[in-house]
Design a protein around this ligand. Structure first.
Ligand SMILES: Cc1cc2nc3c(=O)[nH]c(=O)nc-3n(C[C@H](O)[C@H](O)[C@H](O)COP(=O)(O)OP(=O)(O)OC[C@H]3O[C@@H](n4cnc5c(N)ncnc54)[C@H](O)[C@@H]3O)c2cc1C
Ligand SMILES: NC(=O)c1ccc[n+]([C@@H]2O[C@H](COP(=O)([O-])OP(=O)(O)OC[C@H]3O[C@@H](n4cnc5c(N)ncnc54)[C@H](O)[C@@H]3O)[C@@H](O)[C@H]2O)c1
Length: 468
């Protein structure tokens, strides 16, 4: 006999969704968390970073109103108060992810370090529990690259950067992925000098033209970009010095590592449970079953995209798989993601380049610049564009870069997912003046031949003649 129907290890976005949904279906669910409920997103990821970005945006607005007739002023940034705002945001959201709320939903929440002790058994301290299905939602850790001297340098990662209550004088950011870019711009706008070092182009999975618009904005804010791989680090009482492979050195007061994610499965007992893993994470199939098919791994702990909405989606799939017994494969053909720089860079499905690589020259692209959008002109912020990428009659991807791009991407995501249509979007009434008009314009342009063709012209002319 098992003690539970389902054991979920990890109470981040993935584990909370899987455990909460299965408990609401009446399963006896144990949810185990060793650290703060809510995982990375709530405590050290999305929520604090977006709260910091919001404070930075206010500071930027004070400096940048001159073009609209508002005299620019240098904001007085009280970084301790910014820190308090960031932690108030975490505290305000925390009840949704709390042990109390999960208990109300019907979970047994167990606090402690979970260890797999067999193919269906878990220990937490002295407590031994078992279940016919187990979900591993144990997340990821910051990757610490192999940089000589790094071990002796005080490091910031996403795990401690939001604990700072004084502004770094000069932040050296290693890495130009989403963490590096979002935090570089935020700290710069809050008044720090910021240098970003990385060997390659930023956000390589995104549309390069869209990324260029965001990078321009960061450069205008005064973020300094250096191309190169950091190979050596040292620190003394005055700060930190990083040396690039070519020999160039960068000096600053603090160093933030934003160099991707890794895993530490030591002590989790994966071998005892027959669960295989490699350097990219726990090995899973499309249904997120591990090499022990009764154990699933979801979210950041397995190879694949690492986003809160992805962990949540895979948690919801577990509710179908385990709760309702419906085999459910993860499908990322319509995956949206957003980098929250200003301007935001939002993507769903394939970029233009990825679509051309997959489908060749039959791919067609429609682009509408915000320079031609009345709302953007009125707001004095015409940066960016909407791009729709079609293969045949199907929308296979969309890119939006500009103010609020992350909120604008949803209609495109619905169409790429097949839950709505380009024709429907093209024929919608869109409120004026609104940035979403660009989506409608691009959709309409892509449907142009359906409306203005040989047959409709012939029909219209016949009607006109009959009326003459
Ligand atoms: C700075 C930053 C900003 C981000 N911004 C965004 C964003 O804007 N949008 C977005 O979509 N994504 C963002 N992400 C990514 C997002 O935070 C992660 O993809 C998401 O939090 C992963 O959720 P998860 O449930 O898979 O794992 P986690 O949230 O990492 O949860 C795993 C949990 O398992 C627990 N655990 C691990 N081992 C054990 C054990 N043996 N016993 C008990 N408990 C255990 C951990 O303590 C942790 O709480 C950001 C990440 C960072 C670092
Ligand atoms: N808005 C969002 O959705 C959001 C925001 C932040 C983070 N995240 C998620 O968090 C995860 C981690 O983000 P990230 O930005 O750390 O990872 P990333 O893997 O996207 O970027 C890592 C960067 O570090 C650089 N790098 C690695 N070693 C280096 C070295 N020795 N010297 C210089 N540069 C080096 C790489 O070139 C790369 O630019 C991502 O999977 C992302 O999905 C998402």
């Amino acid at each position: 006999m098992y003690t539970h129907d389902l054991i979920v290890i990890g109470a981040g976005a993935g584990g909370l969704t899987a455990a909460g949904g299965c408990a609401r279906l009446g399963l006896r669910v144990a949810l185990i968390e060793r650290s703060a409920m809510g995982g990375d997103c709530l405590n050290t990821g999305c929520v604090p970073s977006k709260a910091l970005i919001a404070a930075a945006a206010r500071a930027h607005a004070l400096r940048s109103g001159a073009a609209l007739g508002i005299a620019a002023v240098e904001p007085a940034v009280d970084f301790a108060a910014v820190h308090a705002h960031v932690h108030r945001a975490i505290a305000a959201i925390a009840p949704v992810d709390s042990a109390e709320h999960m208990t109300e939903l019907g979970c047994e929440v167990i606090r402690g370090d979970a260890v797999l002790t067999g193919r269906a058994a878990v220990a937490v301290g002295d407590r031994k529990i078992s279940a016919p299905r187990i979900v591993l939602a144990v997340g990821s850790r910051p990757q610490i690259p192999n940089i000589e001297g790094l071990a002796d340098v005080p490091l910031l990662t996403n795990e401690n950067v939001f604990a700072l209550d004084t502004l770094p004088r000069h932040l050296l950011v290693v890495g130009n992925g989403p963490i590096g870019l979002e935090l570089a711009q935020a700290f710069r706008r809050l008044g720090a000098e910021v240098t970003v070092a990385a060997p390659g182009g930023a956000l390589p999975k995104d549309d390069a033209e869209a990324v260029a618009v965001a990078l321009d904005s960061l450069a205008n804010d005064g973020v300094n970009f250096i191309r190169g791989e950091v190979s050596h680090a040292a620190s003394d009482a005055t700060g930190v010095t990083l040396t690039l492979k070519g020999g160039e050195t960068l000096s600053g007061s603090h160093v933030l590592l934003a160099t991707g994610r890794s895993h530490d499965f030591a002590g989790l007992g994966l071998d005892a449970a027959g669960v295989q893993h490699d350097a990219d994470g726990i090995v899973v199939d499309a249904r997120r079953r591990t090499s022990n098919p009764r154990i699933y791994a979801i979210g950041d702990c397995r190879p694949g995209p690492h986003f809160t909405h992805v962990s949540g989606y895979e948690g919801a799939n577990i509710v179908l798989e385990v709760g309702l017994g419906l085999p459910t494969k993860a499908d990322y053909s319509a995956l949206p993601w957003v980098t929250y720089t200003d301007p935001e860079v939002a993507q769903v499905g394939l970029t233009e380049v990825a679509a051309r690589k997959r489908h060749g020259d039959t791919v067609r692209v429609w682009r509408e610049d915000f320079a031609d959008n009345d709302r953007a002109i009125a707001e004095g912020d015409t940066r960016g564009f909407v791009k729709l990428v079609k293969h045949g009659r199907k929308l296979v991807g969309a890119t939006i870069v500009g103010a609020g791009a992350g909120d604008l991407i949803l209609p495109a995501a619905m169409i790429v997912a097949g839950k709505s249509s380009l024709f429907g979007l093209a024929s919608l009434i869109v409120p004026y003046p609104n940035r979403s008009e660009n989506l409608k314009k691009a959709a309409f342009a892509s449907q142009d031949a359906l409306v203005f063709n040989r047959f409709t012209r012939g029909w219209a002319q016949l009607l006109a003649r009959l009326r003459r």
